[in-house]
Ligand binder design. Structure first.
Ligand code: HEM
Length: 240
């Protein structure tokens, strides 16, 4: 039998599924709303030159790229807290944190979609639809953009398989889910190498890197060293 997601909240006490929008619907709605906002901005505040009009979609794409990166970082850090050995024994934050981890994916995908669709629509970016979909076919910064495409596909795989645990052989979803750190690494490298003003955005790249590095190191250090946690030490005390 497939392993259930460890952080999944019990069905009881949750809002009925029928009253909630599915992840796919929310993603489509959020992406449509974001594209509509870019379009509406142009109607309300029309660009005063062709150059300004062209910049608008490019700036929108860049902003969405940064949002996707920040959301992905948040999601990975929350995931590392959920799977931290001390969380299972002592912190017990899963019930509170799991919905954030689960729903952040929808927004990451939505901002990622806006980033990708708008960069494909921007003729000056020299990426194009094929350059977006096939790694290595972008005229603009071929390798850095290919990293972005790969991270997008890997993000879809890790997110979708976490929602289809019952369709996969036991334990597979978790192995695939651990690719999330690779997804983030690829997206991070992609942003650093293909972004236009990387130096000005160093605060974002630096803080996301340090945040994930600390969370991952702490999680793996405690796991590997098998350090006693607060409650496991209590059990040991009691058995003496
Ligand atoms: C099919 C997938 C993707 C493609 C084709 C793509 C394409 C691009 C391009 C062409 C740029 C350079 C924009 C510029 O001229 O400054 C860029 C920048 C960026 N992308 Fe992506 N991207 C993809 C996926 C992603 C994903 C999944 C993330 C994050 C989760 C992301 C985050 C960023 C960031 C943070 C920047 C830097 C913005 C800047 O400094 O200008 N991208 N992307």
């Amino acid at each position: 039998m497939a392993t259930a997601h460890p952080g999944a909240a019990p069905a009881a006490g949750r809002t009925s599924r029928s009253t909630r929008l599915s992840g796919g619907t929310m993603t489509a709605l959020a992406a449509t709303a974001a594209l509509l906002i870019v379009f509406t901005t142009d109607q309300v505040l029309p660009a005063t030159s062709d150059h300004q009009a062209q910049l608008r979609i490019w700036l929108g794409s860049r902003a969405a790229g940064f949002m996707a990166l920040l959301l992905l970082t948040f999601q990975v850090i929350v995931g590392l807290v959920l799977s931290h050995p001390t969380n299972k024994s002592t912190w017990r934050l899963s019930k509170r944190l799991f919905p954030w981890h689960e729903h952040a994916w929808v927004f990451t995908i939505a901002f990622g979609a806006v980033h990708v669709v708008s960069i494909a629509m921007d003729h000056f970016a020299k990426v194009g639809v094929i350059g977006v979909l096939v790694p290595g076919l972008s005229e603009f910064r071929t390798v850095p953009v290919a990293l972005g495409t790969l991270s997008m596909y890997a993000l879809l795989i890790t997110g979708l398989t976490a929602r289809m645990t019952r369709l996969l052989p036991a334990g597979w979803w978790l192995k695939l889910h651990r690719l999330s750190l690779v997804v983030l690494g690829l997206a991070w490298m992609h942003g650093m190498l293909s972004g236009t003003d990387t130096f000005d955005a160093m605060a974002i790249y630096g803080s996301t890197f340090v945040g994930v590095a600390i969370a991952a190191a702490y999680r793996y250090w405690v796991f590997r060293s098998g350090r006693p946690t607060f409650s496991s030490s209590l059990a040991e005390e009691a058995s003496r």
